[in-house]
Design a protein around this ligand. Sequence first.
Ligand code: ADP
Length: 361
Amino acid sequence: MRPGWTWLSDALDVPFLVVDNKRDIRHINKHAQALFSLDKKRVKGFAGKSLLAITRNKQLDEIAKKAIRSGQAGPISIIIRSTKDRTYEVRAVSSGSDSSSLVALFFSDLTDIEHLRTVRTDFVANVSHELRTPLASIRALAETLNYGAINDPVMSERFLGTIIKEVDRLVRLSEDLLLLTRAESTVRSLGHFDLRDVVQDVYDRLASVADRRGVHYKLSLPESYVFICADYSELDQVVFNLIDNGIKYTSQGGSVHVTCAQVGQDATLSIADTGIGMLVEDTERIFERFWRADRARKMVNDQGSTTSGTGLGLSIVKHIVEANMGTITVKSELGVGSTFTVRLPISEPEPYAVDPDPKDE
Ligand code: ADP
């Protein structure tokens, strides 16, 4: 390829190669050089070398061979293990069938699409697992009742109670899945509001839960406004999930302290509890969907049953916070407690335009 065209092939922003009908390199753009970790200083030396020697990739050589024979070939999927594993789709197109014809190799980077595919498959597998467990339990209990346990008042009351709990778990799961889907969408209705209003409102709604659990509950709000620009109902969800977790993972006699403040150009919200806490390696996983620490799974609530949870609450929180230009951090110590801190940019509303006094006109 003439040197004048190099800028155009580099501007393609994806790896691109041209070989002749002996599969010797005629042109290799800078992205292809980077992909195959080729030394820039030796660029001139690439021309005339064989495709196989330069790329050490048999699949590429085969697809070029096929295009020389039949005009075009591919697409094929190849994984290049250079710095990070990346997946490419490659197509080969030949300029003709005579001995002077050339073959162009076009690369499309599929790494992100492949990653999304894996995330989706894992997600579906997790959802089906989470659905199967309560459904299997409901079926087994209903079957036992059907085989005669229904006539035993003690047994039937116990079994029906468990069925109701399992159904509640399924309802919570479907609600959380819906919230997660909404949090992942890009549609949000932004508005200016005082973060103190949301915090006060959620705090009041959960006061009776803290009271029932025997958890000391405290709120500290600043005297002046803490304006942010965000989606009000999403922020409500963030504050709710974090305070709810604080209460849920704190035993009787412990405390949950909610603080809202303005620190520099940030609105901060922190929820500090003296609950079960977490190991450092746990804090690295809590924002993953469906992840729950063993201690959280085994924790017993005030009714003597294990603490319920879907493992989706914090992924919903993280998605919403980041979509609203914020950050969330956690500090925790096993058996001592946890503090979750959310930071969001302060955003003063525009002052209302004041109508000129008609007398002045
Ligand atoms: P869950 O429905 O299980 O509460 P979350 O996504 O809200 O799901 O939290 C994920 C996990 O993070 C919990 O199962 C628990 O192990 C841990 N976790 C969250 N908040 C706290 C907290 N305040 N104290 C201790 N562990 C917590």
